[in-house]
Design a protein. Structure first.
Length: 128
């Protein structure tokens, strides 16, 4: 029974994938044949040409993700963890020095720490 369940589940996946690809092909072909000939005096395309167009756009704009699993959010999280690991080995003075260097190099306002009331008072009292 377990084998039959997985077989049916696999067949259902293949069926829905084929339906999705077919719907995407027809929608793309319809939009191309509706817009391009009228706007740009371009040719109307067939279903096979539409498939080629979608594959070409995937190659040019989508890339191949075989070598790097996961999306940008996972890579961003991994980078944040690496930076946190590096920063925990620094002393508080070294951390502040690093933040100041990054602020001068990048000029990012989001890296600035909010001033506390004590530091704001001491900077206000110092003569210019």
């Amino acid at each position: 029974m377990d084998r039959k369940f997985w077989l049916l589940r696999g067949l259902r996946f293949v069926l829905f994938a084929a339906l999705f690809v077919t719907a995407a092909l027809f929608v793309t072909q319809y939009l191309w044949n509706w817009l391009v000939p009228e706007l740009f005096n371009g040719p109307a395309i067939s279903l096979g040409q539409t498939l080629g167009l979608l594959v070409l756009s995937r190659i040019l704009f989508g890339g191949f993700r075989g070598g790097r699993p996961g999306g940008w959010a996972q890579r961003r999280k991994a980078w944040q963890q690496r930076m946190a690991g590096r920063m925990e080995h620094l002393s508080p003075d070294e951390r502040e020095k690093f933040r100041q260097q990054m602020q001068t190099r990048c000029g990012m306002g989001w890296m600035r720490r909010p001033e506390t009331a004590a530091t704001a008072e001491t900077t206000a009292r110092q003569p210019a």
